[in-house]
Structure formats: structure tokens, C-alpha cells
Unconditional design. Structure first.
Ligand code: DON
Length: 306
């Protein structure tokens, strides 16, 4: 058995240590024992588990919506609305909305992502969502859709996010009205993908956008990866940077993307994108098996990028 398969088999048992997200009813239906990993280089891939099983992007989409908004407006304009500083707080925390001149700290927490949703190109909720789905479709070379059941379930349990959006609006950090920003944000969280799709998205970042037609400047992609490294794994980001050492972003569905700029994993060489799905998550919101797999992988294949 290959080393990577041994890591996968050992890590799969870790799914027992987490719980599927239950604060959004539709996410609570996930199979807590599921675990899949896709690793993609420019010309080959390794897949472990069922990499065709679909789930929603959740907070992984925050990287993509940031890139679309920053590519459209330029980073200087974006930074008038959202900072690039880590918080160490949970993703939906409201405590810092009264500091930093009330500016949301970064686009990877809900406050920043709701502001980014309001800044997306387009005059309507539909156009703003489309700006991100079109970008994803170019990366994946296939159509993607919003899982309406998850979206409705999110929308009807969005009190916290709505409260955040009202504070942002009161402080002048929303470019659309509250309901539109919220609907765009929650629809983006509800986009369906599988682990292979996640690996392709991560490979796009690893190659600085060189592997397909989707347009985003290298500068914006670099900032997106810096945000992933400093704020991508919720309030576990510091430990993940210290002990795994890869730019990564997780979502409460159990999705994670991780970027290897230049590595060698079995027969894969060069830039490698990694997509993982393990819906059993820890208290912070990260896939338990996903974190364990990436920690072991980074150690075994010397992937620490700093
Ligand atoms: O805002 C929410 O509740 C979710 N739809 C986003 C979830 C997520 O993955 C956590 N965010 N950083």
C-alpha cells in the first residue's frame, strides 16, 4: 500500500471524533463517516474515498468571492471596506465590529464575507451570485448550482448573520441592502461541489491562475493565499500555519482546500491542489479528519511552505 493510502486509512478513523454541523438543519443530514481526498497536479491526480460525492462550499467560497470582488474593484478599493487582519475569533463573532474603525477584520470571517458579497459586480442579487458561479465554472470547466435546500435552511436560521449585516450597514460597510447582501452570501455558501472540484480550485491557486481561463490577477491570488494562511482555518489558523504550514480554507460542511505551491506527493510533482471532504467537524468548525490528514501529509512529504 502507498504511504498516502496508509495516511488516508489511519485518518478516516478520526471522523468518529467530530460531529456534523447542526446549526443549519440541512447540514445535519450529512454522513459523519464520509471522508474523501483529491490531490491534483497539472497532469495527474490521486483520489481517495468517494470524490464525486457532493456537498456545499460553505466558507470555502469566501476565498473565491474575495478574489472576484478584488479583481473587479482593485485591492485598494476593497480595503476601504474590509481589512486583511486575523482575529482569532470564531467565524460569526460580532465582538470586533466596534473596533478597527468598525471595519470588518478580514474577508474570511462572516462580517468580511457579507461585506464582500455586497461589493460583488452586478446590479442584482442574481448578477452578484452569477459573478462568482461564473468564475468557479471557468475554473472547473463545468456548470455549478446552488443547493436550494441548504440555502433555504441557512436563510431561515440566519439571525446571527442578519444581525452582523445590520451592524455593517449602520457603519457604512455594505454596498447593497442587508437582505441582498445576506441572500448573496448564503447562496454562495450553498454552491454544490465535490472533492475533485475543491482540488481543482486549490490547483488554480497553486498555479497562480495559470492552469485555466478564469481571470484573476496574480497579486489578488497571492493576497487570497495570505488570507488563507492567516485566517483560513477559523480560530485554529495560527496552529494550522505553525504545524501544517499550508494556505488552506475550511467550511462547516467539512470541506477544505489546501494549496501546495511546489511539492512532491507520490508521483505528483510541482504545484498541487488538495480538496478534502469530511463532514465530522470539531468545535471550531474544521473537518477533524481533514486537519489530521493534512498534518500527516505535510510532515510525510515535507510540504511546509514557509
Ligand atoms: O455563515 C454561515 O453560517 C455559513 N453559511 C458559513 C459557514 C462556514 O463555513 C463558517 N464560516 N466561516
Amino acid at each position: 500500500m502507498k504511504n498516502i493510502q496508509i495516511i488516508y486509512e489511519n485518518t478516516k478513523k478520526m471522523t468518529q471524533k467530530g460531529k456534523v454541523a447542526s446549526y443549519i438543519p440541512a447540514l445535519a443530514e450529512a454522513d459523519s463517516t464520509a471522508f474523501s481526498v483529491s490531490l491534483m497536479s497539472m497532469d495527474d491526480k490521486i483520489e481517495l474515498g468517494d470524490c464525486t460525492k457532493t456537498f456545499t462550499l460553505q466558507s470555502v467560497v469566501k476565498v473565491l468571492s474575495f478574489m472576484v470582488a478584488a479583481h473587479h474593484h482593485g485591492i485598494e478599493e476593497i480595503m476601504r471596506y474590509v481589512d486583511v487582519e486575523p482575529t482569532g475569533d470564531s467565524f460569526n463573532s460580532i465582538v470586533r465590529l466596534e473596533s478597527n474603525n468598525n471595519k470588518p477584520f478580514n474577508p474570511m470571517i462572516n462580517a468580511g464575507a457579507i461585506t464582500i458579497a455586497s461589493l460583488l459586480p452586478g446590479q442584482s442579487m442574481f448578477d452578484k451570485v452569477k459573478s462568482v458561479t461564473s468564475f468557479i465554472e471557468k475554473i472547473l470547466n463545468k456548470q455549478v448550482s446552488v443547493n436550494n435546500e441548504v440555502y433555504m435552511s441557512e436563510y431561515h436560521s440566519a439571525d446571527y448573520n442578519r444581525a452582523i449585516a445590520y451592524i455593517l450597514q449602520a457603519n457604512g460597510f455594505l454596498k447593497s441592502d442587508v437582505e441582498e447582501a445576506l441572500q448573496v452570501y448564503l447562496q454562495l455558501c450553498s454552491i454544490s461541489v465535490n472533492s475533485s472540484d475543491l482540488a481543482k480550485i486549490a490547483l488554480y491557486l497553486a498555479t497562480n491562475g495559470q492552469n485555466c481561463e478564469a481571470a484573476c490577477s496574480k497579486n489578488v491570488i497571492n493576497i487570497a493565499k495570505a488570507l488563507m494562511m492567516t485566517c483560513g482555518m477559523y480560530n485554529f489558523s495560527g496552529k494550522f500555519a505553525a504545524f501544517v504550514g499550508l494556505p488552506a480554507k475550511s467550511g462547516v460542511s467539512g470541506a477544505i482546500i489546501a494549496v501546495v505551491k511546489d511539492g512532491e506527493i507520490e508521483h505528483l510533482k510541482g504545484p498541487i491542489g488538495i480538496g478534502l471532504y469530511g463532514p465530522a467537524i470539531d468545535d471550531v468548525g474544521n473537518s477533524v479528519a481533514g486537519i489530521d490528514f493534512l498534518a500527516k501529509l505535510s510532515k510525510q512529504y515535507d510540504l511546509f511552505c514557509l
